[in-house]
Structure formats: structure tokens, C-alpha cells
Write a protein that binds this ligand. Structure first.
Ligand SMILES: Nc1ncnc2c1ncn2[C@@H]1O[C@H](COP(=O)(O)OP(=O)(O)OP(=O)(O)O)[C@@H](O)[C@H]1O
Length: 418
């Protein structure tokens, strides 16, 4: 078969499995959608909107719910002549300050092809540096007034601004303080619980008028979400019965994220599709899911390792050795002791403890290690464990350290090789 034939054995529409696909209905989110809709209902009455803050771990439908509801709100508003709803959405990834968020909002509004072009036709984009913050805020308020009606400003991934949260105070307050001729509401979205907890009290009072928590999905909920997608994305009867429950179980055990569950299903399906193209059965099996999970985790370790120096790789190797011995989660102090031996054995002078700490944190950020909070009892200390399977971590490390069969054998003997 040629490489670029249109033939497909399992996948009917690959786009439906992609992360940016907007499903017709959001499964398992009725309670949150009801709460969210109630918070936005004043808009349809022509009243001032509430400010809303959505939070929850990554991949649990915060953005999808927002798109879904705002589309419905706009359609409903179209039926009333006296309600004019305008939405400005900004993904704040890459904006580290309130200033950058404000500049990006202004430039978003002034985009030549933005639907709210009455503003862009008269004003030029502004540069990312060189203005006083107050001036940028004034420009923003002027643009918002130009748009008029009800303006909902959606700030996704707003935690990127860290503690520089002026805009979250100024924007919601502007409508009352500056007597703007516009009904303004801010919707903040974040997956960082610390960000929410650390918001200054004045921001909490204004932004968090309505707070909505999106909890992680459990395995049953994830199964329904996956079934709904698979029905559209795949041909009938191509999934073995265990496939969806297994994808759901892996994700529920780890993060409860629909994104993670969908990614695993997509990987398993891709592997099965390639096999079918090579003459195998057109069927996705439990084995494909396990292989998919292995490949995803291996990739995660490889990506995590890119950010590591060789010392960092020794730190990961150390945690793998401890995991093989059945000694994880383990305290930083004990990891450091063993790391010193590993580094010396590999011909390197060990790093100071503080630096090893940093590498452990980096690996935690990349989802390769998990931090187990063991405070209480005998004191406050951190313990680390692998957050990926030992076999996928070893597989990735072998590209740096060569054969690690000794650790595998040890793990097999201890029953710790997954
Ligand atoms: N309840 C659901 N029903 C169907 N699909 C869902 C549901 N929840 C999430 N998804 C899908 O999972 C993926 C991630 O969802 P979304 O981007 O909304 O998550 P999020 O909570 O905003 O994550 P992040 O904080 O990382 O931005 C998307 O493809 C979305 O369509």
C-alpha cells in the first residue's frame, strides 16, 4: 500500500480525537454548567455581568465549558434587541505581568480581522514595551467603551501572571470606579490552585464573585466522555470491550483529566491503525492501550530529560534504582545519599544537595516524578516517587546510559517492574 492512501481501517474522523475539537455536548458537567450559566444569566437580562473565576486541574473541561456556554449565551442574546454581548478571549500563556495582559488585550481588540472592528479601524496596535501601565489600562478602557454593550473578557491560563495581579483588580473594578459606559465582566480561568489561594484579598473580592470548581473526572465519567468521542471518531465495532475502561482507569488514577484520557485513546488507536495498514486486524485491543501508555510515558521522560544536565539524569537514574529496590517514595535526604554514589560511579563529582533538590523539582514539573507530601507525624519532609512507569523511565534513560538490564533484573526480582 502507498504511504499516502486515503484508506483507513479504524479511524472515521481523526479530528474528533484532537484536543481542539469542540464536542457538541459536554458530558458529565451538568452541575458545573448550571452553576456557570446561573453566573452569566444577568447578561441576558441586560444587567451587569458577574465576574467569574473557574478553577480545576488541567484537562477537566474549563475551556470547553466556557466556549460552549458563551456560544449559547451569544445565540440567546441575539434574540433580544437590547442585549449586545461581545466576547474578548485571551490565552495568557506567555504573559507574565498584568501589563502584558493589558497590552495583549488591547492588541487583540485592535486586530484588523477581529469581529469587534469598530475599534480596530480607528486605533493602532500598541507596542509591548515603553508605556506606563496606567496608560495601557486607559487605552484598554477606551477600547472597551468603544465596543459598548456587554463585554465579557475571558482570561484563560491567567495564573501565568503570578503575583502581578493588578489587572484582576483594576478590570473588574473599572466599570464602577470609572463609570464606563459598558457592562463589563471578567472570566478568569486557572488550573493552578496555589494561584487562586494566593490572590490578594482585594482581587478575590472582585474577581471571585462567582467561583466554580471543576473537579477531576472519575473513571466512570471518563468512560462516558471517551465513548461519546469514539462513537463519532471511529468505525463501529473496532474497540475491544476493555479499551475504554482501561484508558479511563489510567487517567483517573493519575489526573482525572479528559485530555489525558483522550490522548491515550488516540495513541492506542494510532498504533492499531498502523498495524491494520500493515495487514493486521482492524481492532483496538487492551495491548494497544498498554503500549500507548508506555510510549506516552517514555516520551514524557525523554522531554523531561531534555531540560536536564547529565547530573539531572543521574538524579533520575538514582530514583529508578530506588524504585527497582521497592524503596520509593523516598526522602530527598536518602535520594541525595544514593545519588552521590551513582554520580561517582559514573565518573562525576556529585552536586551539592540544593542543586539535586532543583533537579528533583524539575522532574516533578515535567510529570516524571511525583512529590509525595509526607508532612505530619515525624515531621515535615518531602518524598519523591516515579510518576511514570519504571520500564518507560529505564527505556528513556538507556539512550544516555546504555543497557540498564541490571536495574530491570533487580526490579523483576522485587516485583517492582510495571
Ligand atoms: N466533559 C467533557 N466532555 C467531552 N469532552 C471533554 C469534557 N471535558 C473535557 N473534554 C475535552 O478534553 C480536552 C481538554 O479540555 P479543556 O481544554 O476544556 O480543559 P481545561 O480544564 O480548560 O484544561 P487546561 O486547564 O489545561 O486549559 C478537550 O479536548 C475537551 O474537548
Amino acid at each position: 500500500m502507498g504511504r499516502f492512501t486515503r484508506e483507513s481501517f479504524i479511524i472515521r474522523d481523526n479530528d474528533v480525537l484532537r484536543d481542539d475539537y469542540q464536542p457538541e455536548t459536554l458530558e458529565e458537567r451538568d452541575a458545573e454548567l448550571d452553576e456557570y450559566a446561573a453566573a452569566l444569566r444577568p447578561v441576558i437580562q441586560g444587567w451587569q455581568p458577574n465576574n467569574v473565576f473557574l478553577y480545576g486541574v488541567t484537562g477537566v473541561g474549563k475551556t470547553a465549558a466556557t466556549h460552549d456556554l458563551l456560544k449559547e449565551l451569544q445565540e440567546s442574546a441575539d434574540q433580544y434587541d437590547d442585549v449586545d454581548v461581545n466576547i474578548i478571549e485571551l490565552n495568557c500563556t506567555g504573559c507574565n505581568t498584568s501589563y502584558q495582559v493589558a497590552v495583549n488585550l488591547v492588541n487583540e481588540i485592535r486586530e484588523p480581522n477581529h469581529p469587534l472592528t469598530n475599534v480596530s479601524s480607528s486605533r493602532m496596535p500598541i507596542s509591548e514595551t515603553g508605556y506606563q501601565q496606567k496608560r495601557v489600562f486607559r487605552e484598554l478602557y477606551a477600547d472597551l467603551e468603544d465596543i459598548g454593550g456587554t463585554v465579557l473578557v475571558v482570561l484563560d491560563e491567567i495564573d501565568n501572571i503570578g503575583s502581578d495581579d493588578d489587572i484582576l483588580y483594576e478590570l473588574p473594578r473599572a466599570r464602577s470606579q470609572l463609570d464606563l459606559d459598558v457592562k463589563l465582566g471578567v472570566i478568569g480561568i486557572s488550573n493552578d490552585f496555589k494561584f487562586r489561594d494566593n490572590l490578594s484579598p482585594k482581587v478575590k473580592d472582585t474577581l471571585c464573585e462567582e467561583e466554580i470548581l471543576f473537579p477531576p473526572y472519575d473513571a466512570g465519567e471518563l468512560q462516558n466522555i471517551l465513548r461519546e468521542r469514539a462513537e463519532i471518531a471511529l468505525y463501529d465495532d473496532v474497540l475491544e470491550d476493555d479499551v475504554i475502561p482501561l484508558c479511563a482507569a489510567f487517567s483517573a488514577r493519575d489526573s482525572g483529566s479528559a485530555r489525558q484520557a483522550l490522548r491515550l485513546l488516540r495513541k492506542a488507536v494510532d498504533i492499531a491503525e498502523s498495524e491494520a495498514r500493515a495487514g493486521g486486524d482492524a481492532f483496538v485491543t487492551e495491548e494497544h492501550v498498554r503500549e500507548g501508555e508506555f510510549q506516552i510515558q517514555r516520551q514524557q521522560v525523554v522531554e523531561g530529560m531534555h531540560s536536564l544536565t547529565q547530573h539531572g539524569q543521574h538524579v533520575l537514574l538514582t530514583v529508578c534504582q530506588l524504585a527497582a529496590r521497592g524503596e520509593t517514595p523516598e526522602r530527598t535526604k536518602a535520594i541525595y545519599r544514593r545519588y552521590q554514589k551513582v554520580a561517582r560511579k559514573n565518573g562525576q563529582e556529585p552536586l551539592k544537595r540544593r542543586r539535586v533538590h532543583d533537579h528533583l523539582s524539575d522532574l516533578n514539573l515535567h510529570g516524571v516524578l511525583q512529590l509525595v507530601d509526607s508532612s505530619g507525624g515525624r515531621g515535615n519532609y518531602n518524598e519523591y516517587d516515579l510518576d511514570v512507569s519504571l520500564s518507560s523511565a529505564l527505556d528513556a534513560l538507556e539512550s544516555e546510559f546504555g543497557n540498564l538490564e541490571g536495574i530491570r533484573e533487580l526490579a523483576k526480582k522485587n516485583g517492582t517492574l510495571d
